[in-house]
Design a protein around this ligand. Sequence first.
Ligand SMILES: [Zn+2]
Ligand SMILES: [Zn+2]
Length: 389
Amino acid sequence: MRRAPSPLRSLVTLALAVTGVVLAGSTGCATFGGTPDTHEMDSARGAIYDARRAVFVNARRLERKGPPWKAIGQTLFGDAQTSPEGEVPIASPVEAWKSPPASGLRLTWMGHSTALVEIDGARVLTDPIWSERASPSTLVGPHRFHAPPAPLEALPPIDAVIISHDHYDHLDHETTVALAAQGVPFFVPLGVGSHLAKWGVPADQITELDWWGRAQVPGTRVTVVATPAQHFSGRGLLSRNQTLWASWVVRGPQHRVYFGGDTGLFDGFADIGRREGPFDASIIPVGAYNPAWREIHLDPEEAIEAHRMVRGGVLLPVHWGTFQLGTHDWREPAERTLVAARAAGVVAITPLPGAPIEPTTARADSTGPWWRLVDAVAALLGDGVLAGR
Ligand SMILES: [Zn+2]
Ligand SMILES: [Zn+2]
């Protein structure tokens, strides 16, 4: 069985990635986005803006760590199987989307942090990415383990897109432009609107919110609230923390959903739970963790802790299974989430990408550990057993 890519191949990939980023930058590629107006950012009251340095800062000062050599070494030379041998299976949600959810709440995980939240008659899409790569380059950078479960054109009419922050795996240039062309309103943290504006999204489709800022989704009875997260931002080498990062609350008259975005474990989860919870379901990141960047990404056990702090209801673990961004085995986030959830008495649902699920009425065992089969099937195919040779 093939394990991690060879060190030489990894080094070549890394060198190509760096070259690709530099080349893209030198040609003034639009993908990098815009620059926020520092005077407008200085109006932040929920989030903390350091006007002197023109950057947002986390509520708690993060430890300064040296360069993550160990993590880079793990990526290049470790023996973790960081991507699947076989194709990750997907389900098509298109038929199910034609009728409204019986319970009033349905979640469809489309891979990584993209989920369609159908809530009390409204459709809200989180961090949509349909691109092949989570990267400024179309040639290099983390690529997909699976195709998007449905083409963008097959989405039902979307009432709102919510964006957690401007990293490439959460704010995708091409997907944003395509959805904006359909007239979809975007709700983004402070400063992120500058990227959308640069990409030609009309100003009346962009709502920027500070932490604890709230807005009504037009034509629906749903409100979105930007809530704190512990992370960072930036799309280029010189734009670190110029725009805000956030998690989100989606509130309808009957249901509430929490979307964690990208975050480490911090006290803010308790505030979110107290002020906006409890939730029927929470969509929380469980992958791309490493001790070197512990403060800005959750590992599965911390994700369960965060889920309990926000009073999250049923847990849909995301930020795994689509792009290789971590140094761990690609299946490890799901396995550890199941174990930690069981120990904590939390119901975690792990649908296939594209399989719609109604969290408040789903049976706890309705989603199986499908990822265990992916590499086994690939190995059988490789041996010719399933290919009939
Ligand atoms: Zn991020
Ligand atoms: Zn991310």
